[in-house]
Ligand binder design. Structure first.
Ligand SMILES: Cc1cc2nc3c(=O)[nH]c(=O)nc-3n(C[C@H](O)[C@H](O)[C@H](O)COP(=O)(O)OP(=O)(O)OC[C@H]3O[C@@H](n4cnc5c(N)ncnc54)[C@H](O)[C@@H]3O)c2cc1C
Length: 440
């Protein structure tokens, strides 16, 4: 087994671990591995400590990189180490696409399943786990198990989907696809001046569009205003521009490392948000990957928060608690949380994974600089309110939750723990997040 020591960071640049990295698990060094455990890792796009394992082992899935597309059934058998960007490129050659993609394409299939990721289509298509026909899992005893969403081992399947890597290493997955006529999305945007307007607009947009999302300005006096975007696939007749013109237009801009100091002040955010709010509204055709993953145009954007980094806080509250969104904005404003990334989305049905994040309701995502003087108090205040409202925080973004919070938020935690014990009796699969949450 080839082993190297590495320093790994969460995407928020605020937590790191010193661990051994390997691409193979074998029975030979099982006892040694058991001490600090092993966590499967993807492409490091989770914000907190879910893919970190201080003093232990990280298990990469880089070698699982096959993509087998079945045009007859509109499905693909994909290795867990495949990056979504590569998969999307391949699928578009066959006029196919994934029914669910998150805001970045720089994640692996393993990471997409372990976090049961959601996207702009959640109100229509559910989460990533809903698109899976089968997964192959490497267990703690080095056995390869085929798991299906229904039948004998369905509990193992739904403990793994959203299970944050703590039930085994996902090796490959068979995924349901959608047919598209081209790589263009027909987009419409509308401004709103407060959160109540946003709530009303979502009802219309979610009916009219397959993809919806809203950006909120949370930077002072106008807190709660923003822009809602909706998008649908286009048919060939709608599409006046040629495909090739759009394909060429995806460019990436790397920020220089010298920007590795925190220039994100409250004034900077305020000015940025005013410009963003008043920028011309989009209406027309946009290349699908630009629409789905706008931040990927600047691959290292996470350095703008400087050496201390940032956290991303994402919660969901039930649909009937919509009025409380205003109160949450007030908590942010009172505590001087300014952000240029605040995203609102209305989820559809509950996801089936026992630790999956989406429930039917309102989800809000906020980037917060680690330099905020009362960060942990603000997060504690938010967590408390989210629990009272019957909501939860997303584990792929979390770096603060405690076991008690987790129990209050995730009602199927006990079931998940029972299944984890069956799947991993010696507790081989461990992560820094799992230890913090006391679930491994
Ligand atoms: C810019 C940006 C936008 C984002 N937008 C969204 C969004 O819209 N919706 C959303 O849901 N998420 C979003 N995310 C979060 C991201 O999709 C998840 O954190 C995802 O899990 C990251 O995948 P990764 O391959 O980088 O995995 P890592 O970050 O390396 O690992 C994440 C988790 O997956 C586990 N894991 C990874 N590979 C395997 C495997 N082979 N087997 C078992 N477990 C494994 C790890 O143990 C860990 O618990 C976004 C992140 C960024 C940076």
């Amino acid at each position: 087994m080839k082993t190297v020591w590495v320093i790994n960071r969460g995407w928020g640049n605020n937590l790191f671990s010193f661990s051994k990295q390997t691409s193979n698990l074998s029975n030979e060094n099982h006892n040694e591995l058991l001490r600090r455990g092993v966590v499967p890792i993807g492409n490091g796009r989770s914000y907190g400590d879910s893919a970190l394992n201080s003093g232990g082992d990280l298990l990469s899935s880089n070698n699982y990189n096959q993509i087998i597309i079945n045009e007859a059934t509109n499905t693909a058998l994909v290795g867990s180490g495949v990056i979504l960007e590569k998969l999307e490129q391949e699928l578009l050659k066959y006029n196919l696409f994934l029914p669910v993609v998150p805001g970045t394409a720089q994640i692996t299939i393993g990471g997409a399943i372990a976090s049961d990721v959601h996207g702009k289509s959640h109100h229509h298509n559910g989460s990533f786990g809903d698109q899976l026909l089968k997964i192959k899992l490497l267990t703690s005893t080095c056995q390869e198990l085929e798991l299906f969403p229904t039948g004998e081992y369905a509990n193992f399947f739904w403990a793994t989907v959203g299970g944050m890597g703590l039930t085994g290493q996902i090796l490959e997955a068979e995924i349901r696809l959608i047919k598209v006529e081209n790589e263009l999305i027909s987009v419409e945007e509308q401004r709103f001046t407060n959160i109540s307007q946003a709530i009303d607009l979502f009802d219309n947009f979610n009916k009219k569009f397959l993809y919806t999302v809203a950006w909120l300005d949370i930077s002072g006096g106008s807190t709660g205003r923003g822009i809602i975007s909706g998008g649908n696939h286009t048919s060939i007749v709608d599409c006046k521009k040629k495909k090739s013109e759009f394909s060429k237009s995806i460019k990436k801009l790397f920020l220089p490392k010298t920007l590795y100091f925190n220039f994100v002040s409250n004034l900077f955010i305020r000015i940025f948000n005013i410009i963003w709010y008043y920028k011309p509204k989009k209406r027309g055709l946009v290349e699908i990957r630009k629409f789905m993953h706008p931040l990927d145009a600047i691959p290292n954007w996470n350095i703008v928060y400087g050496r201390k980094g940032f956290i991303q806080y994402q919660f969901v509250i039930p649909t009937e608690q919509a009025d409380s969104l205003q109160e949450i904005l007030l908590i942010l404003r009172t505590n001087k949380v300014f952000s240029f990334l605040c995203v609102l989305k209305k989820f559809g049905r509950h996801s089936k994974g026992f630790l999956s994040f989406p429930i039917e309701g309102w989800t809000m995502t906020i980037d917060i600089s680690r330099k905020h003087p009362n960060l942990s108090q603000v997060i504690a205040l938010l967590d408390e309110r989210i629990i009272e409202l019957g909501g939860r925080v997303y584990l792929a973004k979390d770096s603060f939750l405690t076991r008690k919070d987790l129990e209050s938020m995730y009602k199927k935690l006990d079931l998940w723990i029972e299944i984890k014990k069956k799947m991993d009796p010696d507790t081989l699969w461990k992560s820094d997040q799992g230890r913090r949450l006391d679930i491994c």
